[in-house]
Design a protein. Sequence first.
Length: 428
Amino acid sequence: MKVEGTLRVPSDKSISHRAIILGSLAQGETLVRNWLRSADTLATLEIYRALGVEIEELKEDQLLVRGKGLFSFKEPNDILDAKNSGTTARLTLGVLSAQPFFAVLTGDSSLRQRPMLRVVRPLREMGANLDGRGEGKYLPVAVRGGKLSGISFFNQKASAQVKSALILAGLHAQGTTEVKEPYLSRDHTERLLKLYEVPIEVEKGEKGITVRVKGGYQPQGDKEIFVPADPSSASFFVALAVLLPGSELVLKDVLVNPTREGFFRKLKEMGANIEYTNFREVSMEPVADIVARYSPNLKGVEVKPQEIPSLIDELPLLAVVATQAEGKTVIRGAQELRVKESDRIKSTVENLQRIGAKVEELPDGMVVEGKTPLKGGVQIATYGDHRIAMAFTVAGIVAGEFNELDNPSCVAVSYPLFFEDLKKVLRN
Ligand code: S3P
């Protein structure tokens, strides 16, 4: 088996969520071109509709968001459901904190186990009234929003969801809201705010990055946002091209924002043949076509804690690739993986062991030793986690036989047509 041809994978999930949320807060229309229509982003769409925003799905993956400005939302008349989406939940808690009404946010059984205090605590400090299960640790969380004041917050985990929640709350707050982080986490909220003409200050110092936003600036609508292809979705195909002899694949229009392309950088460091062409800027984001080719001499690498945010969602897949690289790959400082859609350290290690890889679990990562021949046709426990499902589909193809996923449909969270796209580029 090899992969060949050209593919445009679905659009970026992080930017699609933010286009809906910021479009809803803007004064004037936003036309979102190529938005990602997946389970996660549909959860966001439904929540902002329930808050009274008119959002229309047009043909060809276009979305028209008719924003009426800050403080134009209405009290929802039922519980809001973020389903499986951490980004929807955490960013929306930031928005709800500033609204002068009552709202309750919940999610599916996975999201209800994921930590919310990381946003609840600083939002309380800004003056919002939030309560929830385990005193605000878990969803459902009830919010009675109100007048907020800016705070200065140290974002220890470099979480983009926490940073974005506070920036969104800060837009509505009195004074300046400041978020400092040790390393830059994905910065799509900041870039989109620039598109919406909101002054936002980003200061890069020796000890990290500080983002400042002053309350009271109304995001200006009548904008178009082009959403590029999602690098996290492209990664599965880049991995296949690199691992399958004779492969050459072009991935079109991929977001190559430095806070997101860590997986491609790491693969290059391992010795993979990956090139960017047709580099350009679209809606404030760097975009390129990626050419990936079979790369027979991969070497194990070390992933350092400061590199983690830029490839956090690709780590299960990186571990799969590492089984085919000579020597050790060490992933450390990735304890955040334990609180994703599944405990991704456990779900990755457990499934890697099932397929015959040499792997050792660490509290904050794992060590993979290659090169190991993989078993295919193995039963995979996805834990309902889309990225585990796709990473171990890649592993099966590399092994020469598709693995059996217990829940293949969970790919719909970010990539509803993943298996169809695979068929388009796989050749015997
Ligand atoms: C996301 C941020 C990351 C990432 C998630 C999407 C975002 O989470 O893992 O898939 O869109 O802001 P953290 O902010 O928890 O690191």
